[in-house]
Design a protein around this ligand. Structure first.
Ligand code: BG6
Length: 490
């Protein structure tokens, strides 16, 4: 770990600490963190250190599918302590500061990682209070702040939050989380593209017909309806996770695997995305709401919050000019699958008949991000026996079988470790956040101007039929290759 022997790092957490700790428990209890790490919970509810430890222990048992030995847990639990406080009360931060000083045994040079796993409406106040109470000052050790999503509700609020954050911390101290970037398979995209020679030469408008990025979920909004109804799918998934995936697919090769190079190239992609007016956004977007959403507990009875979005974007640069990027995501869909499909152009002339009697499938490269992590490369083969008839088959790679002995780490595990080590490569920079809002704002505006109302779709389906029509406009259709082990259009 980057934490030197004798250093101390602090995590200050609010309520959602309960599901968060189990996500990290593997990392925390394992060999990766040194014994000097202390975790300080900071939340409104009054409780003692022991109650906090018990609560965390219950959380671990309830949320984590981990066999944590009692003696391991007991040893780990000693590093937990708790301060009762209100995120909006500056005096409570002074108390927090005194507690931290006591835990540090008065020593200087300790490092602190402030983890704002708090409701987004408290981000500003928390950062401002960290500053006014002196907790952002370094005193010999580093200070970093991890901020959960959503970072802002639109461009204006993201900008104003960035300015509050920058009054307290330098950008290099700020780690804005998007858990998709912690997924092993998302990072594999970089290795696939820039660690091989065979993909990059065809990774452009000359060979790629279109790119499809799907993040479908079977779950409904469930008990998150209160939050979700105020946000909707564009803020919840498109602005962050889907645009992150798009930038990783479309970025130019960075010269080094460091935070600046990587993030500069990703922002370049966002800057190249064609801007829309709300009317253009309406034409290039399909919003949906699953039937039954309005009956969910916590959803307003007339809510027009979309739970599904499909959109077509263009990246206006030399590499991608004219190649449509299709993004879709939704709740209550037919399958849980996150997949990127690169559809290549068909051969300019076809001499062979198709095995199925229909049109031949093009070459596809499907990157399965979850649940069946791996990739498929679809190509044409001669069907045995039947003259010169062609079919398609997939070459497949699956993490589960290729790396049997190695579990795929939790995204948060990796990200927390990176933040402690000071590696910001997989965190979002302020300019990226603002560009991403600039891209999705016309969709939000078109919805809020009532010119782009969500269409109903059946739970367990692939979204509104209009999403198929959107692809048909460029003579395409949605692919689902991941998990199919065969050829299928979804
Ligand atoms: C979160 C969204 O950021 O990502 C959730 O707020 C969504 O609504 C989740 O369910 C999806 O994450 P994953 O890792 O299951 O694809």
């Amino acid at each position: 770990m980057g934490i030197k022997e004798g250093d101390t790092a602090y995590l200050n957490l609010d309520w959602s600490v309960v599901p968060i700790i189990p996500k990290y428990v593997d990392l925390l209890i394992g060999e990766m963190l040194n014994e000097d790490l202390k975790i300080v919970g900071f939340a409104r509810q009054d409780m003692s250190d022991d109650q906090f430890r018990r609560l965390m222990g219950d959380g671990v048992r309830e949320f984590a599918d981990l066999a944590v030995r009692t003696d391991e847990w007991d040893a780990f639990a000693k590093s937990l302590s708790y301060v009762q406080g209100d995120l909006e009360q500056p005096e409570d931060f002074l108390r927090l500061g005194r507690h931290l000083a006591a835990v540090e045994a008065g020593g200087t040079g300790a490092n602190r990682l402030y983890y704002l796993s708090v409701a987004p409406r408290f981000f500003s106040a928390t950062v401002a209070n960290l500053q006014t109470s002196g907790l952002a000052e370094t005193e010999g050790g580093w200070r970093r702040v991890v901020i959960e999503k959503p970072f802002g509700r639109d461009l204006k609020s993201a900008r104003s939050l960035n300015s509050v954050v920058h009054q307290a911390f330098d950008e290099s101290q700020v780690y804005r989380i998007d858990h998709y970037l912690g997924k092993e398979t998302v990072q594999n995209l970089l290795v696939l593209r820039f660690g091989n020679t065979i993909f990059e030469p065809v990774w452009n408008r000359n060979y790629v017909d279109n790119v499809q990025i799907t993040a479908a979920e079977e779950v409904t909004v469930g008990d998150r309806a209160g939050y979700y109804d105020q946000s909707g799918v564009v803020r919840d998934m498109v602005q962050n996770h889907l645009l992150q995936l798009l930038t990783m697919v479309a970025m130019e090769p960075p010269n080094a695997m460091d935070a600046d190079s990587l993030r500069n190239h990703k922002v370049e992609v966002l800057r190249a995305i064609r801007r829309w007016t709300p009317e253009e956004a309406t034409r290039a977007t399909v919003l949906g709401q699953y039937r039954g959403y309005l009956e969910e507990n916590g959803v307003e009875s007339q809510s027009v919050t979309p739970t599904y979005a499909a959109l077509r974007l263009y990246v206006d640069n030399w590499r991608w000019q004219g190649v449509p990027f299709y993004l879709r995501t939704g709740k209550s869909m037919a399958d849980k699958v996150t997949e990127i499909v690169i559809q290549f152009r068909c051969p300019p002339h076809m001499m062979f008949a198709s095995g199925g009697g229909g049109a031949l499938d093009p070459n596809l490269l499907s990157l399965c991000l979850q649940p069946d992590e791996g990739l498929h490369l679809r190509f044409g083969v001669k069907v045995p026996g039947e003259g010169m008839v062609m079919g398609t088959k997939d070459l497949e790679f699956h993490y589960a079988s290729a790396f049997k002995e190695q579990a795929i780490p939790e995204a948060y595990e990796r990200l927390l470790q990176d933040a402690l080590e000071g590696d910001a490569s997989l965190f979002i920079r302020s300019d990226h956040i603002e560009e991403a809002w600039r891209i999705v704002e016309p969709i939000i505006d078109s919805k809020e101007n009532s010119i782009n109302q969500p269409q109903r779709y059946e739970p367990g389906s692939w979204g509104p039929p209009a999403a198929d029509a959107l692809l048909a406009e460029t003579a395409n259709s949605w692919w689902q290759v991941c998990g199919e082990h065969g050829s299928a259009h979804a």
